[in-house]
Design a protein around this ligand. Structure first.
Ligand code: NAD
Length: 371
């Protein structure tokens, strides 16, 4: 049996299965194949057409229609299937002693997320979540700036992840896109939120929300973040703004060369005791700096890290607890959206302890009831 504590003993390299070879899973196949410590990649997908197409490009890759058939041929599994299948596939693989990397969203409810974390401990296997942005050099730079206090007191953070599509069929836009922003926020702030408010609505989709706005509140550091996610926007936007008392930073993932821009701008009152009804506020306009960032492919860094963790016994940067923390926020946001109120994360944890399963659609489709 493999031991996550001591690392895998295999000297022949790791045999990795990729479950789900759609848009994202096929990228995992490419990156896993490029790693020296991976001896073999196999794919698991019920779509014969997709398997045949992938094998056309990579003839040496074996295909299986389901996980059970592939288990004897793998040591580790990447789960890149639709979100509601993440927990059952991950648990079946861990039950069989396989190490697992699960795509975002880690799970579609905290109960499943807890079960996965518990099983990884019980079976002593590596469990990692594919929070790709935590392997992005721009996000590392943001975290360092915040940790060094370079921005001054943090005023607020704002994120937008918008586009026309891609509509998913088993989760709403909150569970599809917000995991990225919540994982970035948690990582950059080195913290997890205490409460969340969420407003979302359905437009082009009858059952699943296609736009959502979240207000995510952190205690330490004491700061709020606004998150806007949408499948129904004319413009593709992938932007995060961090505003502090000294500087402001914009991370625009669509900017090829200068993904991070640090604006030496700010606003202050000349005198704290001044009459606030009177001008002036004083505005500071300084230089804009685009720091050098290491050029990397976050997915490649992530997959390499997963393989290293399996082979060395190291704990992943984005481990099961990291995945669970984000799912807790998503579940709180889903409840907030339904009941139109602020939801504290404590409530989600308490509900779980009490076995109180109050959210709609947790084990089926994640969205509001159809109208
Ligand atoms: N980390 C990221 O940046 C990122 C980016 C895109 C997508 N994703 C995530 O990757 C996952 C897949 O997304 P996608 O856009 O590639 O979806 P997709 O619809 O393009 O592909 C899903 C594939 O899974 C297969 N599948 C369904 N059930 C299966 C099962 N039980 N076993 C094996 N295969 C099964 C389908 O046949 C399909 O080929 C989702 O969880 C998504 O949120 C992550």
């Amino acid at each position: 049996m493999h031991s996550a504590q001591s690392g895998m003993k295999s000297t022949d390299g790791l045999r990795v299965g990729v479950a789900g070879i759609g848009y994202w899973g096929s990228k995992h196949v490419r990156t896993m194949r490029s790693l020296d410590s991976v001896s073999q990649v196999v794919v698991i997908d019920p779509s014969e057409e997709r398997v045949a197409k992938l094998r056309h490009s990579f003839p040496e890759v074996h295909g299986y229609p389901d996980l059970e058939a592939a288990l004897p041929a793998i040591d580790a599994l990447v789960v890149a299937t639709p979100p509601t299948t993440h927990a059952p596939l991950a648990c079946a693989a861990m039950e069989a002693g396989k190490h697992v990397l699960v795509e975002k969203p880690f799970a579609t409810g905290v109960q499943d997320a807890h079960r996965m974390v518990g099983m990884s401990r019980e079976r002593d296997v590596v469990l990692m979540v594919g929070h790709t942005f935590e392997y992005h050099s721009a996000v590392w730079a943001l975290r360092e700036m915040v940790a060094r206090g370079e921005l001054g007191d943090l005023y607020y953070l704002d994120t937008s992840r918008l586009n026309l599509g891609l509509y998913q069929h088993d989760v709403n836009v909150l569970f599809d896109l917000a995991p990225h922003d919540i994982s970035i926020l948690n990582y950059v702030l080195g913290s997890t939120p205490v409460s969340v408010e969420c407003w979302g609505s359905r437009h082009a989709h009858r059952r699943l929300e296609d736009i959502a706005y979240l207000r995510v509140c952190y205690d330490e550091p004491h700061v709020e973040a606004n998150v806007h996610v949408s499948w129904l926007d004319p413009c593709k936007v992938r932007r995060m703004t961090v505003v502090g008392s000294s500087k402001m930073v914009v991370f625009d993932d669509l900017e090829g060369e200068e993904r991070i821009r640090v604006h030496n701008k700010g606003v202050s009152q000349p005198d704290e005791s001044a009459d606030l009804t009177m001008p002036p506020m004083s505005y500071r306009y300084g230089e804009v700096v685009a720091p050098y960032l290491v050029v990397n492919e976050p997915l490649l860094v992530e997959d390499e890290h997963f393989v290293d963790c399996v082979l060395t016994g190291m704990s992943p940067l984005t481990d099961g607890a990291n995945g669970l923390a984000v799912v807790e926020v998503l579940e709180a946001a889903q409840l907030s959206m339904k009941e139109r109120r602020e939801v504290f994360l404590e409530e989600v944890r308490r509900n779980l302890q009490n076995g109180f399963d109050r959210l709609p659609g947790k084990h089926a489709l994640v969205g509001q009831e159809a109208v």
